[in-house]
Ligand binder design. Structure first.
Ligand SMILES: NC(=O)c1ccc[n+]([C@@H]2O[C@H](COP(=O)([O-])OP(=O)(O)OC[C@H]3O[C@@H](n4cnc5c(N)ncnc54)[C@H](O)[C@@H]3O)[C@@H](O)[C@H]2O)c1
Length: 508
């Protein structure tokens, strides 16, 4: 909407109006439109609301709220006369400018319904802000212009808040978040060794079944889960999951014949079908087994859900992603902003290891991992840790080694019964929640993933990615590297080149 910045906004009956470009009079958000829940206001905001009623002596937040409630009752019964406005125009405008920045930042990350506490907080802040703005009696041209600018900003915030909440409500009820878990439900590794060792492994479940459980527990984000596997037992697992007392559907699809049906119109497709690595297997053998599955999935995705976001979990990720992407490219449906090789387990592991080394809460540590998803290609960027942490040379080397061999250690410890599944499913679920939140408009969602990227002449590379409503909206690259990290990137490049070349030779 284009606004014409009128020199003096019109205030009628406590409502503020401004002129739009086409000359129409447009009501700004007002205290009449919003509820100002006192519990949602900060101490400064409460102090202002009290000061305009002539109270400046109360100091604790709880007392401020109590006093305000009492004063409001008095005002309602007409037994209260407002004192003269106690603030200068300059003080009001400075406070409102700060408030405008604060509201904008909150709004940028807001994802939720009208019932959410974030919505109510923003609603209360906007009510407070527009009320305060309405009391400013600007006299100079400069002040009037500032008031108009703030008015426009608050009007836009109001519209954005409502439209985000509306969009959220609509997407929650219209099955917008269809996740097709294309994958390994109940399955043990398909290697004969694994099957021989435990024929009852169907009950253990792989990444797909655990992922589906975690998705099922988030009905506000995921409303329809479709699980596909070549094993018929997938139907039983889907039925089992559907008995969990959360809204949303879970359906099972089995075999090639039902793959198209499973994928039709999906919003997000998670591919973890195939063979998982066992102790005796090399990544090359794994590739031979899983490449044709990638090719088949790419063909069906191209036909049934070419707009979907595709998350590729199946190993070796460094080669499976190029097989998938190049197959789609051949079919003319490849969109590089939509296909991501999932490396989130590496990120979760490194933050856990860092936290344990430094005695921190692992949920509060983040560290990007770039390059690729294999022993010598994953490069954790310890220099970009959040919060910033200093590591000695020995600590750096220890962390690099620990995260790089973590997968192999799990494979060995599971003694032939597959690879990492539980931590993988957990990190994957949170990766998907991030994608869904970004899809619904949450700003500043940054993840790492292995994607089509030629910055290092390898065609594919894992980098930092900014996610948005339509997949990857910006490749954030690697950022500033330490000399140790740069050296590790140089070491990773020829290996990724070889992995991509393997994929391209398979496609040809
Ligand atoms: N990206 C990562 O960080 C990461 C981490 C761990 C594991 N993985 C990989 O994820 C994949 C799955 O691991 P898992 O432990 O769940 O394995 P799993 O053996 O438990 O499950 C794989 C499932 O895929 C099914 N499958 C095989 N071919 C299929 C096809 N054509 N269509 C549909 N389904 C098919 C199998 O029946 C089986 O149920 C493996 O390739 C593994 O190496 C990746």
């Amino acid at each position: 909407m284009d606004y014409f910045c009128q020199a003096s906004p019109i205030v009628i009956d406590g409502c503020i109006y401004l002129l739009t470009a086409d000359g129409a009079v447009m009501a700004s958000p007002t205290k009449m439109e919003y509820r100002m829940e006192l519990e949602r206001l900060s101490k400064d905001e409460l102090a202002y609301e009290l000061a305009i009623l002539g109270v400046t002596t109360v100091t604790t937040v709880e007392e401020m709220r109590k006093t305000l409630r009492r004063m409001r009752k008095l005002a309602k019964h007409g037994s209260f006369v407002r004192p003269a406005h106690p603030f200068t125009v300059a003080v009001d405008l400075a406070a409102l400018t700060g408030l405008s920045t604060e509201i904008k930042a909150l709004l940028d990350t807001f994802v939720g319904s009208r019932a959410s506490s974030e919505y109510k907080k923003l609603e209360a802040k906007l009510s407070h802000a527009t009320g305060r703005l309405g009391r400013v009696v600007a006299s100079t041209e400069e002040e009037k212009e500032q008031v108009s600018r703030l008015l426009v900003a608050f009007s836009e915030y109001s519209m954005t808040l409502r439209s985000k909440a509306k969009h959220f409500a609509r997407s929650s009820t219209l099955n917008a978040s269809t996740v097709t878990a294309l994958e390994g439900m109940s399955g043990p590794s398909s290697s004969s060794e694994a099957e021989d060792s435990d024929t009852d492994q169907g009950a253990d479940g792989g990444i797909g079944s655990m992922l589906s459980l975690l998705l099922k527990l988030k009905p506000d984000l995921v409303t329809d889960i479709r699980m596909h596997d070549i094993r018929e037992s997938v139907n039983g697992v889907a039925m089992d999951l559907s008995h969990i007392n959360r809204s949303g559907t879970v359906r099972g699809y089995t075999g090639r014949s039902q793959l198209k049906k499973a994928l039709k119109g999906a919003d997000i497709v998670v591919i973890s079908g195939g063979i998982s690595k066992v102790a005796v297997m090399t990544r090359e053998n794994l590739f031979i087994e899983n490449a044709s599955i990638m090719e088949e999935f790419a063909r069906v995705c191209a036909e049934m859900c070419s707009e979907a976001l595709i998350d590729i979990v199946t190993n070796p990720v460094n080669s499976c992603v190029p097989v998938f992407c190049e197959t789609m490219r051949k079919l003319g449906t490849f969109n590089p902003t939509k296909v991501i090789g999932v490396t989130t387990l590496d990120l979760m592991r490194i933050s856990t290891f860092i936290a344990s080394m430094k005695g921190l809460d692992p949920r509060k540590v983040t560290c990007p991992v770039v390059g690729g998803h294999s022993l010598l290609t994953m490069v954790p960027l310890l220099s970009q840790c959040n919060p910033p942490i200093n590591f000695s040379e020995d600590e750096t080397v220890a962390l690099f080694n620990k995260v790089r061999i973590a997968g192999e250690e799990v494979v060995r410890a599971k003694a032939g019964n597959g690879a990492a599944q539980i931590a993988m499913a957990y990190s994957l679920a949170y990766f998907i929640f991030d994608q869904l939140k970004a899809k619904r408009g949450k700003a500043d969602v940054v993840q790492c993933g292995y994607v089509a990227n030629n910055a290092h002449k390898t065609k594919y590379f894992a980098t930092k990615l900014l996610l948005g409503t339509d997949g990857i909206i910006k490749d954030l690259g690697l950022g500033k590297l330490s000399s140790f990290e740069q050296e590790k990137i140089y070491e990773a490049i020829p290996i990724i080149l070889r992995d991509v070349d393997t994929a391209e030779r398979f496609i040809r």
